[in-house]
Design a protein around this ligand. Structure first.
Ligand code: ATP
Ligand code: MG
Length: 423
């Protein structure tokens, strides 16, 4: 017999945890709505070339993390490793970028990485993308929006904002050359990954986790000495705006992000509460991407939240998101159940907000009341023989310890309202 297990790094979210996930989903959706962002739903599969071009051929994602395969037609397709590329593709394809757009999406992403706490091969993101606004008031809004999300979830104090500007493509090229020239001088002291990146993607050396490499970087040229005037002005303005809005941040000139499409401002929200996987949210500007995808020159900016890490963070609050049952319907036998069903269906129509468990599968009153207790219901509705013949129902409090009452069927709704409160 084969024992089937989920594929490594692909995680089941079980019923004990889904209430917390639902709470996060609905809280984020409400905040996004309140800022005027619209949801877009995108395919999970895109052409491989889309990711290779936008994320960059020599990034970790494209070099070694993508789930790519040829379909029956021989076309190379990829399970999306992130959402920005597909969102930009859709915006260009449907000409959404003709006017400013504020969009968001949510769903699974796929990267072939080493699974650990906060790092999976199938993980989930909420992504936010805005097109058509070049000025830093958009960057500010994205950061305020993310802060509002942390506030709404009660985790604002657990997160800090790191901010950088990586400048224009030209400025970055000039800085890259200076960085490479400096690091060539101490090449042998670099870790192996960084030595390789020296020729492929030198900026990524800046966020090497290796302590010796980090020490060497202390004297490296600084990114901000190479910024173009436009990027510098926008960055200064953004810092000013953030200060005026009371949003605190630290500038981290080594913050580069792992994807090639960014320019100007980039940021990460990080936490110390989750160990090594501390980045909960990352984003920035990508002004060249729409044109790169064949659209007309349109600035863009956005961010993505890692929902597994966010969920772990929300879990540290130790709050209960599971909604307890309200009613548990206990029935003497099959015919009592037949009698109860239409009455309970009518009640459901009046009170769709209530969680009502109809006892299924038969069994003694004793075993049914055990289940009723376990369900956490506040009240049992009992249809015994005498209730059925008398067209009445017995309401038995399970939590509050009050007396049970037997009432005519047509009083069920008012009695339930009286006991549980009106919606
Ligand atoms: P990291 O440095 O942790 O690998 P990243 O820079 O690759 O992150 P992004 O591409 O910016 O991540 O994605 C945005 C967010 O998505 C991350 O900050 C993180 O919270 C989450 N994320 C990325 N990869 C994974 C993963 N494999 N498992 C779970 N969450 C992830
Ligand atoms: Mg990564």
């Amino acid at each position: 017999m084969t024992e089937y297990r989920a594929v490594r790094g692909m995680v089941d979210i079980l019923p004990d945890d889904t209430p917390r996930w639902q709470h996060i989903d609905s809280t984020l959706a409400a905040v996004l709505k309140s800022y005027g962002y619209s949801e877009i739903r995108l395919p999970i599969i895109e052409s491989t070339a889309l990711f290779a071009r936008s994320i960059g051929e020599v990034t970790d994602i494209v070099e070694k993390e993508m789930y790519s395969f040829d379909d029956r037609n021989g076309d190379s397709l990829t399970l999306r490793p992130e959402g920005t590329a597909g969102c930009v593709r859709a915006a260009v394809q449907h000409n959404l970028v003709a006017t400013p757009q504020k969009l968001w999406y949510t769903g699974p992403m796929f990267r072939y990485e080493r699974p650990q706490k906060g790092r999976q091969r199938q993980f989930h993101q909420v992504g936010v993308e805005a097109f058509g606004i070049a000025t830093p008031d958009l960057d500010l809004e994205l950061l305020l929006l993310s802060r509002s999300m942390w506030r709404a979830l009660g985790i604002e104090s657990l997160l800090t904002l790191e901010l950088n500007s990586i400048g224009s493509t030209d400025a970055r090229a000039a800085y890259k050359a200076a960085l490479v020239a400096y690091l060539e001088g101490c090449k042998d002291a670099l870790d192996e990954d960084s030595q390789r990146r020296l020729t492929t993607n030198p900026l990524r050396i800046l966020d090497s986790k290796n302590a010796e490499t980090q020490a060497l970087l202390a004297d490296a040229p600084e990114m901000h000495s190479y910024l173009d005037d436009d990027s510098r002005a926008d960055f200064d303005r953004l810092c000013e705006l953030l200060q005026a809005a009371g949003l605190s941040f630290t500038i981290n000139q080594r913050l580069v992000r792992g994807l090639d499409y960014y320019n100007k401002s980039v940021f990460e929200w990080t936490t110390t509460a989750l160990g090594a996987q501390g980045t909960v949210c990352g984003g920035g500007r990508y002004d060249g991407m729409v044109a790169q995808f064949g659209g007309r020159e349109t600035p863009g900016a956005g961010f993505a939240i890692g929902l597994e890490r966010l969920s772990l963070l929300v879990d540290t609050l130790d709050e209960e998101y599971q909604e307890a049952a309200d009613l548990y319907v206990v029935v003497a036998d099959e015919s009592a159940q037949m009698h109860a069903v239409p009455r309970i269906e009518a009640l459901r129509q009046e009170r769709p907000d209530l969680v009502i468990h109809m006892h299924l599968g038969g069994g003694s009153f004793k075993s049914q009341f055990k289940r009723a207790d376990k369900s956490g219901a506040a009240l049992a509705l009992v249809y015994g023989e005498s209730e059925v013949s008398g067209n009445v129902v017995t309401l038995k409090p399970l939590r509050s310890g009050g007396d049970q009452i037997t009432v005519p069927d047509d009083e069920l709704l008012t009695r339930v309202n009286a006991h549980l409160g009106q919606n």
